[in-house]
Design a protein around this ligand. Structure first.
Ligand SMILES: Nc1ncnc2c1ncn2[C@@H]1O[C@H](COP(=O)(O)OP(=O)(O)OP(=O)(O)O)[C@@H](O)[C@H]1O
Length: 308
């Protein structure tokens, strides 16, 4: 039995009509982490999540959740995850309280063990417990979706693009709750297009591109993979033409006296770049540098994968 929260081996999916959405994908989500699943539109993230949820049949490979194989032990696998989908799904004529009670009933949670009010409090909806779901704001509905995914207290929570189209304040609230759940021992998997969000929240990040896994690293290492660094230099006179030097990966004249220079950390350092500019007879007025961030890594990795 795998010790991972989720274990995926050689997973493949070809949809009817021939679209290959996943190809030989293998990775583990370690227990107790916040794990980010990133990828451009159409990469295959929802397909993967839907396979785990039992909503889409895989074509090949294997997956297990909390040690339960999704084919051999589908019931246990299913109760081990809660999933918050991209779409908001619930009956508008039920109240939040009823919505959670019905969901708990579907999962066979006995009445005495239901956590309806506790969950509503956790997602700050206790004062809306008896309101019709259709009267809730978009943000409230999304929070209700998270509560709904937690009614059976699953050890793993999957959030599929939970903050798409959600305002900043709500996003912060949602993440605060995700962090609370995580602190309480829940393993969290989230897919997001917001790289800063993944960088801030996730212990580990896997990247899927065109159905293939192209990275699976601790967030720290992934950010460390960014080799390019940007330096902006203001000089003391106008720049008729950009200077040339071996240690510049790219140079652009940004303003009359401002240069944007990209260099690779493994080939040069900021001192080399500044020396090269001074050697051209310019005095340095100001310097600022920027580390490549996760977005740069992501673009580099997906570009490299698309070119391969
Ligand atoms: N039911 C289906 N039938 C045929 N093709 C499908 C089906 N569902 C998804 N696809 C295709 O499979 C590929 C992967 O789609 P999927 O929804 O898994 O991507 P995604 O990474 O979740 O994208 P997004 O972030 O846009 O939701 C896409 O090319 C998509 O068009």
């Amino acid at each position: 039995m795998s010790d991972a929260a989720i274990s995926i081996r050689n997973l493949g999916k070809v949809y009817e009509g021939g679209k290959r959405a996943l190809e030989n994908v293998s990775f583990d989500v370690p227990r107790g982490q916040i794990f980010g699943l990133l990828g451009p539109n159409g990469a295959g993230k929802s397909t993967l999540i839907n396979i785990l949820a039992g909503l889409v049949n895989k074509t090949s490979g294997a997956a297990s959740i909390w040690g339960f194989d999704i084919d051999r032990n589908p019931r246990n696998a299913k109760v081990s995850i809660g999933i918050v989908n991209q779409e908001i799904l619930f009956d508008p004529f039920f109240t939040p309280s009823e919505t959670l009670e019905i969901q708990a009933g579907l999962y066979g949670v006995p009445k005495g063990k239901r956590r309806t009010m506790e969950l509503l409090r956790a997602v700050r909806l206790e004062d809306k417990a008896q309101a019709y779901a259709r009267t809730l704001s978009g943000g409230m509905k999304r929070r209700l979706m998270v509560a709904k995914a937690m009614v059976h207290s699953p050890p793993v929570l999957i959030l599929d693009e939970p903050t798409a189209g959600v305002d900043i304040e709500l996003r912060q609230q949602l993440w605060a709750y995700v962090r609370e759940l995580h602190a309480g021992g829940v393993t969290v998997v989230l897919t997001t297009h917001y790289l800063e969000e993944a960088e801030e929240l996730c212990d580990r990040i896997a990247i899927i591109n065109q159905g293939k896994l192209i990275a699976n690293e601790p967030t720290r290492d992934l950010v460390g993979m960014a080799q390019e660094k940007l330096i902006e230099i203001t000089v003391d006179r106008d720049i008729p033409a950009p200077p040339e030097n071996r240690c510049f990966q790219k140079i652009e004249v940004k303003g009359e006296r401002v240069l944007d220079i990209t260099y690779r950390k493994d080939q040069a350092n900021a001192g080399d770049v500044i020396d090269a500019i001074q050697a051209e007879g310019y005095g340095i007025v100001d310097v600022s540098t920027r580390e490549a961030d996760l977005e740069d890594v992501f673009l580099n990795l997906t570009r490299a994968a698309n070119a391969a």
